[in-house]
Ligand binder design. Sequence first.
Ligand code: TMP
Length: 219
Amino acid sequence: MSRRRFITLEGGEGVGKSTLLAGLENELGRLGQKIVCTREPGGTAMAERLRSVLLSPQEIGDKSSPVAEALIISAARRDHVENLIEPALSEGNWVICDRFVDSTRAYQGMALSGEDFDALAKIATNSVMPGLTLLLDAPPEELLERRKQRGAQLDRFERRPMSFHNDVRQRFLKIAKSEADRVVVLDALRTPEQLVAEAILHLKKVGLLPEETNTGAVS
Ligand code: TMP
């Protein structure tokens, strides 16, 4: 089966997913492709409501059960897949999503057995998996420092200790290792232009874009 035109961007806090998403949208748009950009948790009215509950320290405090988090995020994901991602793909669009099921494995997966996680992921995604996942990787210390310096307001996850963020990073890298055909690791400390160029190269490598595509992206 050919790969879905469904690209997910993954990584820890402040790795630059939004910047890469905007760059990719721009580059694919220049090539005349139809693109739907979205995010998780979120993307539909119901999922966005669940997102605001989940990320707000004011609403639910700093502590919550990671299993409960996984269930809420999975409910949001199923609504997003059924009502936005699948219809957009069926209509011939590319879908670029800021975070997807790998984030749940990296942030909440440690609280569930592998079997339970896989079962939950299957229901939540309706077995719709990305054709390519770009994992932006860098030491969390550097990234969170950059966010704090910019005066960003930290959400419930960003406020967690550095050891949590380092564990999240390692879990993402483990996913990339075990699913090397789908997940590619990019150095998040490279420039936005370099990252877009690398992403385009990978889209060509997996056959999502023809090799001869002439892009403006420079590496
Ligand atoms: P972001 O939009 O800044 O990436 O924030 C989303 C937050 O939600 C981020 O801190 C990670 C967290 N999250 C999870 O913990 N599990 C998930 O499955 C997803 C999609 C996000």
